[in-house]
Design a protein around this ligand. Structure first.
Ligand code: ASP
Length: 470
């Protein structure tokens, strides 16, 4: 190893040890003949004392240059302890400083006190991620996901990955399409969610499934929505009632917040439950913000919204892609109607209620799911009601066929990981929780995607682009 310790590790008790540190030069302060380097990595900052001989040899080191410093750990006198640093009791007295890689002047200022525009931050995300604030948000994300995995593993869930190149699940958004070379003129779609696969896994007997699932939806950006892709904690369970799903998710998040976000306070446990109609009437929203004090940055007010209508009228603003002109599913087309409302489907479908459940936190929808239809006849009726053509129905033949071979009653949910963590940690935008987010116009500013491809690539796919470059 080029280093014996990280830059956040050394303490007073390490005094006298010979160590090697590696990191980025946050500052190099020359004082007369000697100098001080503040050396940073993702764990912290350690001061390196550089004697006159080495200072002379090095000259001034440019910020963000990567170096290795070897030497002895020295305890600082009591009155010189740097309280703001966890390593403040010590410094490294360097006997050797090696430049590992020189840094050019940076296109953005990394200091937390200097604001950079988001465009610049996203273009140079790999630099932006060096900031302690971003290190913190990546670390929290990792810990939360790690917690979820362990928790669900203990409860007997299997993590199963499902295909990325697939046929789309119509979940209301526009699809991303991927042309096939081998089957020219045909397209894969990137999954809007693994909805059909997780239901097929229930048919397969994998009665408790989860996945940290990437989902792709061609939608416009919002503060709480990244265009392009996002991650869901996708869950599906067999032989359950709605209550079981709510309880599992509720306990999981309560425990996760206790462990990973100990400063946060959940306002009400168990999470209050509201009928969809009551939420609309009382709060004018199906995502009510139930915080007692909206200025309290540590308050987390969860609630469940239940008893949604099965269908909503299609409107320009809220158009369910894939459905006909009249009705769209309020959730998606696999959500089960309440048994007692099945007769309404023939007469007044707009009045039928469903087993949809939404998890809301501080006014944001952080997860949705439902008990699913497991009766092929009801499923076929729903397809009719949302105006599926014969062709569209055929596209789901595999699901109905699967259901004919013994399907357990099942249901699930899929909390959005990026959005949930944004709300819990009080970040201004969902992009703060994502290492390399798309920008507001759905571009990846680091890689500069989407980008043009060569004519050869298009020829292989049998594709001709109409308005190229427009
Ligand atoms: N697939 C659904 C969604 O992404 C969630 C679910 O029904 O489990 O909203």
């Amino acid at each position: 190893m080029l280093r014996t310790h990280t830059c956040g590790e050394l303490r007073g008790s390490d005094a006298g040890k010979k160590v090697a540190l590696c990191g980025w030069v946050e500052t190099h302060r020359i004082q007369g003949k000697l100098s001080f380097i503040m050396l940073r990595d993702r764990y912290g900052i350690t001061q390196v004392f550089v004697n006159p001989e080495i200072t002379k040899k090095l000259g001034e080191i440019r910020r963000e240059t990567v170096i290795q410093a070897k030497g002895e750990v020295k305890k600082r006198p009591e009155n010189q302890v740097k309280k703001e640093l966890v390593t403040g009791e010590v410094e490294l007295s360097a006997s050797e400083v090696n430049i590992l890689s020189k840094a050019a002047p940076l296109p953005l200022e990394l200091s937390e006190n200097v604001a950079s525009t988001e465009d610049v931050r996203l273009k140079y995300r790999y630099l932006d991620l060096r900031r302690p604030k971003m290190v913190k948000s990546m670390t929290l994300r990792h810990k939360a996901i790690q917690f979820i995995r362990e928790y669900l593993d203990k409860k007997g869930f299997l993590e199963i990955t499902t295909p990325i190149l697939t046929k789309s699940t119509p979940e209301g958004a526009r699809d991303y399409l991927v042309p096939s070379r081998i089957h020219q003129g045909k397209f894969y779609a990137l999954p809007q969610s693994p909805q059909q696969y997780k239901q097929l896994l229930m048919v397969a007997g994998m009665d408790r499934y989860f996945q940290i699932a990437p989902c792709f939806r061609d939608e416009d950006a919002r503060a709480d929505r990244c265009p392009g892709e996002f991650y869901q904690l996708d869950i599906e369970m067999s032989f359950v009632e709605q209550e079981d799903i709510l309880n599992l998710v509720e306990e999981l998040f309560i425990e996760m917040i206790k462990k990973i976000f100990p400063d946060k306070k959940i306002s009400q446990v168990p999470f209050p439950r509201i009928n969809h109609a009551d939420a609309k009437a009382k709060y004018g929203s199906d995502k009510p913000d139930m915080r007692k004090d909206k200025n309290d940055k540590d308050e987390l007010a969860f609630c469940w919204v239940l008893n949604f209508p099965l269908f909503v009228k299609q409107t320009q603003e809220d158009f369910f892609h894939g459905a006909g002109q009249e009705w769209g599913p309020s959730h998606h087309m696999f959500t089960a109607p309440k048994e007692e409302d099945i007769p309404l489907l023939d007469k007044e479908p707009g009045k039928a209620k469903s087993y949809q459940h939404d998890l809301v936190l501080n006014g944001f929808e952080v997860g949705g799911g439902s008990i699913r239809i497991h009766d092929a006849a009801v499923q076929a009726k729903i397809f009719d009601l949302i105006g599926f053509t014969e062709q569209q129905k055929k596209e789901f033949a595999h699901l109905l066929e699967a259901f004919s071979y013994g399907v357990p009653p099942h249901g699930g949910i899929a909390p959005g990981i990026d959005r949930l963590l944004m709300v819990i940690s009080g970040a201004d935008s969902i992009r703060e929780m994502i290492a390399f987010p798309k920008d507001k116009s759905a571009r990846d500013p680091v890689m500069d995607a989407p980008s043009e491809v060569t004519d050869e690539q298009l020829d292989e796919l049998g594709i001709k682009v109409k308005g190229k470059g427009k």
